[in-house]
Design a protein around this ligand. Structure first.
Ligand code: ADP
Ligand code: MG
Length: 271
């Protein structure tokens, strides 16, 4: 389509010239369930370059979580494979659909959880945890328990936890899905800013068209049952992007195009 411009305007190297971060090669996933076999993913292939922000957009049940879990090494592909470059699984931070903070730890110790899991010394990371919490507006909440925070604040803390060990790759599974629209907008802006300054590669699952267009360099549209890539759409807006771009005609064109694809590929069948 005419909209699909190529490179990220402000980057010095075009995306295609940057080194690979993730290679997803013909990944297929079949689950065995009591009703028989379910093909969650049918031959998905995608190359992600370092520093790219990629959204996976598709209807509920199309295999987005499955794909993210396979990339994270939490699930095995039935056939095909995923190759992570750089630090591999060690260089990966995961933000889940729900914040999954543990109630018996305060906020800063929740952020430090992955450090404990990796048997590293939490003491060396405390200052970094404090800084991250500050960046996400959680200064002063370090010693609170998760239930004392709002949903948006907990999800911010979960993002800090994913970032604590400075991952190269950030995997996010509908991290803002449960939040109200205003909090979601605010976190989209914060996430963009963090991703730009910290130079991360991001794989972001969403079923919000506008969130995908706002955040992404490329939006990968996945079809329903089995999940396959229908289209990869380049989003050509300079960075940093303000929420005002949502009023631009081009934003509307991207959104309409994506909505059309989702309609044709099963998104609105289930209401
Ligand atoms: N552990 C599992 N066992 C059996 N079926 C599963 C399992 N996990 C997911 N599925 C099925 O695989 C499909 C894709 O699920 P999922 O990856 O969670 O989709 P999405 O995240 O896009 O909503 C769905 O039909 C779901 O019911
Ligand atoms: Mg999911």
């Amino acid at each position: 389509m005419a909209l699909a411009a190529t490179s990220k305007p402000e980057s010095t190297a075009p995306a295609a010239a940057r080194p690979l971060a993730i290679e997803i090669d013909a990944v297929n996933k079949v689950y065995q369930s009591s009703d028989g076999a379910v093909t969650a993913l049918g031959s998905v292939s995608l190359d992600v370059r370092q520093g790219e922000f990629i959204s996976l957009l598709g209807p509920s049940g199309c295999g987005k979580t499955t794909l993210l879990r396979i990339v994270a090494g939490l699930e095995e592909a039935t056939t095909g494979h995923v190759h992570l470059h750089g630090r591999g699984l060690d260089g990966l931070g995961f933000v889940f659909q729900r914040d999954v903070l543990v109630n018996w730890r305060n906020i800063i110790d929740n952020v430090l959880l992955p450090i404990d899991f990796k048997n590293k010394k939490p003491k060396a990371y405390r200052e970094r945890a404090r800084q991250l919490l500050g960046t996400f507006g959680l200064q002063g909440f370090e010693n609170k328990r998760p239930w004392e925070l709002s949903g948006g604040m907990r999800q911010r803390a979960a993002i800090c936890r994913a970032l604590i060990d400075d991952p190269e790759l950030l995997l996010m599974d509908e991290p803002f899905g449960a939040l109200d629209a205003m909090t979601r907008d605010e976190l989209n802006v914060e996430l963009q800013s963090l991703w730009r300054h910290a130079d991360k590669t991001a794989l972001f699952v969403t079923h919000s068209i506008s969130e995908a267009v706002f955040l992404s360099d490329r939006v990968v549209v996945i079809s329903d049952k089995p999940g396959r890539i229908v289209e990869v759409l380049d989003i050509d807006f300079p960075r940093p992007r303000s929420l005002d771009i949502r009023e631009e005609a081009k934003f509307g064109q991207y959104s309409r195009h994506l909505r059309g694809l989702l309609e044709r590929h099963g998104a609105f069948r289930k209401g």
